[in-house]
Design a protein around this ligand. Sequence first.
Ligand code: DMJ
Length: 650
Amino acid sequence: MHAPSRPDYVSIHFTGQQPGSYNNGKQWRRQSYWRKWKQLSRLQRSLFLFMLVLLFICGLASYSSVTKQLRGFTVREQETESNILLKPIKPHVLPEPVKQGQDPLAEQPSQRKLSNKRGPPVLPNRLQKKGNASNILSEVKAADIKKEGEEERVISWRGAVIDTVQATEGAKDGENKEDSPGNRNINQSKVLETERMEAVRESFRHAWKGYKEYAWGHDELRPVSRSYSEWFGLGLTLIDALDTMWILELKQEFEEAREWVASELTFNKNVDVNLFETTIRILGGLLSTYHLTGDNLFLDKAKDVGSRLMPAFNTQSKIPYSDVNIGKGTAHPPRWTSDSTVAEVTSIQLEFRELSRLTQDPQYQAAVAEVMNQVHKLEGKLDGLVPMFINTNSGQFTHQGIYTLGARADSYYEYLLKQWIQGGKKENQFLEDYLQAIEGVKKNLLQKSSPNGLVFVGELSHGQFSPKMDHLVCFLPGTLALGAHNGLPADHMDLAKELMHTCYQMYVQMETGLSPEIVHFNMHQGSVRDIEVKPADRHNLLRPETVESLFYLYRFTKDRKYQDWGWKILQNFNKYTKVSSGGYTSINNVCDPDYPSPRDKMESFFLGETLKYFYLLFSEDADLISLDKYVFNTEAHPLPIWPPAEPQPL
Ligand code: DMJ
């Protein structure tokens, strides 16, 4: 055998120049390279070209992954199946502990002198001095009495006289004089707006991908196990997300979901559902989607589910039961009690009132108005604050003496204001109760933490103050701001801003940059940190309240720091809760960035509320669901504010 004339391996020689042949001319070099190239075998030339192409592709791939990371996305999509779980790119570094007397927080409220006495220190006058509810109400009422041909005007939170009917949406260009590091020029804003809104759409698509692949038509995605969980068996996530898809202009996704509603969704099912959850998520979602799209399919479905929920109101007291069997038409309280939750029975009104308006059938509105009238008259409130439970037999509050703005009471306060707005600001009983309650909050629940004086809303249990605050309470800054926007006192906006700052601190002070479910504030002089988290409270359920409030605060102040805060939160959701195969998961531990410990559940409100509020927060378009035309239900479903000519409230 003789050696093959062409070697079967690649041999590329970069030989030096031959002695005596030195020529520094470009021409010579070109000819010489060309000659050498021609001397290579065909295989050698092909392999050389192949390697060049390969290098080019690798270069392109690494460039795109770098840009992806720069945009705040995780590398988790590239991870293997075995470690899909939430490994952060870079652990979050906890800020240095704050030394007493230092001023580490932006916009830090003034320091309060703490007394040595046991029990909660007294709040500074700034938050208490604004007078009682009846004074405020008479001011608002005075402003509401509109003489013929005269505009309705009250003093707004911005200190200017505004028209409460046309209530302006946010500050006009150039009006924002606040010295915020978030301020930037118009071009930068436009770029950021586009980038951030697109990032939300991307997050939605990712969440939807998981839902579509592993939970289609079921209530909730379990993204880690790539399965689903059923609560009512009504496609909860899909319905909750309908109007979000419409607002985010995710047309294809919306059409697929609409098709499911048209062909698969039925309420004729022997299933127990929770009246409140079904009302705010399903009835609310269908009604708002009907309004946004004008598609009667959604109205028909809303009527169907609304009428099936009505048996809940067949109680001795007319205070509804918590559970209804929508197939059988029977209702009952939870197995262990005949009580209902106050927030639940008082946060279904926007939806049922709207259903009456659309169907011209007064029964829905009458049923929920009866609940409000009774609660209005009940004994057992503290300065307008309500207990957490109400008995469906007696119609009285139970478990009295505990007052919170968190779980079981939260949306009672939200719906007082929002019913007043929905009905065209005519139903003064709602306004009266709302104003009184806010005064009650200031008087009984508002305190400041140590060392940095974060203003927070605690709880009261039989006269004993507890510095505990649920993340749920973070709806309050947004609600206060909405009230101020609608002509309520300027100090509501001051308080909204203070609480907004606190809610944001509940995120940034955690190692993952995500808020826990519950925090406790330190109030002792000499505390090292303001916020403590108990081991059982370290979870994050992808809740919306802080983002919701950021949206309202930004709409009304145009202070870009609120957008920047929201952006950080979105990035942390992406970093710690995104599951590579699709979807986002609740986590068990916001204090451990190395292992936040997924709970394997994507709540429907992540799509219904959290992502929607992110999108609206980043948008500069105040007409994108104008707050002078729509009022959001407590699940972020926008319902129209009734035009003045519409039927009057009962
Ligand atoms: C939602 O279902 C609603 O926002 C409700 O008012 C409170 N809980 C969740 C979100 O956290």
